[in-house]
Ligand binder design. Structure first.
Ligand SMILES: [Mg+2]
Length: 298
């Protein structure tokens, strides 16, 4: 990685600017990162998360939308780079819908459930081998969690994964900490009982299948053998992708870029591991808009 580290200062009370405005005000560090990818677009890969990265965090997970400009930029970039993918914990069909794959018809890939499934522009969803057999377990676990977790905690059955969310609960910080601890304890016990893997995130804990698939293994599959590989993310699950980039860059001729999208809830470990920290989803979209513009100049 050739880009120096830049961590923005406190953003408390700061009004976020639009993606387009950010694109005209890239820092030197951001410009270097952008050039890294634009140098050899046909040998570059860019992967990014969805929630908290190109879509602001919202109380109702179903209400999440990518920021204006994000989709046009991502699809534009997907027409220039070797690989461009959104990799999320969301179901792939949700991701394909929010990324408007059917309208744009670019080569942007929508990879859901941390790599267990991929959705395509014709509406089909492809599952990895060995995933479908877990459906009865996930159904039973979802029922068990609904019966056990504190009221107000939402249990989302994602077919091949389950998420317990508490973002919509209105309570004091102390009460929320207590809810988080209770949910985490229950989820860990249920995970152990059924052989699933607990994965904590922002105001939620997920139960993942024990298949050894995560955002890191997906990044390795997609970007191994390229000359440039980048990932943009905002949460604990994105650390797998960052670690995969660290392993990939051992290969001669491969330069990597780890971008943390900051915010109040971003894990410190992700920020510390990043090459570049952007100041929230608007800045991340600004970066993508600038990259799309830069690629069109080449
Ligand atoms: Mg996220």
């Amino acid at each position: 990685m050739t880009v120096s580290r830049a961590v923005p200062g406190s953003n408390a009370g700061r009004v976020e600017s639009t993606g387009a405005r950010e694109a005209r005000r890239l820092t030197t560090t951001e410009s270097s990162a952008l050039e890294l990818l634009a140098e050899v677009p046909e040998r570059a890969g860019l992967c990014c998360d969805f929630d908290g990265t190109i879509a602001p965090m919202v109380l109702d997970p179903q209400a999440a939308r990518a920021l204006p400009g994000a989709l046009a930029a991502l699809h534009d970039i997907a027409r220039e780079l070797a690989v461009v993918a959104a990799i999320s914990g969301r179901p792939a069909a949700f991701l394909a819908d929010r990324l408007e794959l059917e309208s744009y018809r670019s080569l942007l890939r929508a990879i859901g459930l941390h790599g267990l499934e991929e959705s395509f522009s014709d509406g089909t969803v492809r599952l990895r081998a060995g995933v479908s057999a877990w459906r009865p377990v996930i159904e039973a676990v979802s029922d068990q969690l609904r019966a056990t977790l504190p009221s107000g905690v939402e249990v989302e059955d994602k077919a091949y994964g389950v998420t317990a969310h508490w973002r919509s609960i209105i309570a004091s910080d102390t009460e929320l900490e207590s809810i988080a601890a209770q949910v985490t304890e229950v989820v860990r016990a249920v995970a152990a009982e059924h052989g699933l893997v607990p994965r904590p995130g922002k105001a939620m804990v997920e139960l993942a299948l024990p298949l050894g698939i995560d955002k890191g293994t997906v990044v390795t599959e997609l970007c191994g053998g390229l000359e440039r590989a980048a990932f943009l993310g905002d949460d604990a699950g994105d650390l797998f992708a960052f670690r995969a980039l660290d392993e990939l860059k051992v290969a001669p001729g491969l330069l990597t870029l780890k971008v943390a999208v900051g915010g109040a809830e971003v894990p410190q470990e992700l920020v510390e591991a990043a090459d570049l920290v952007l100041d929230g989803p608007r800045a991340a979209v600004g970066f993508l808009v600038a990259l799309a513009a830069r690629l069109h100049l080449s």
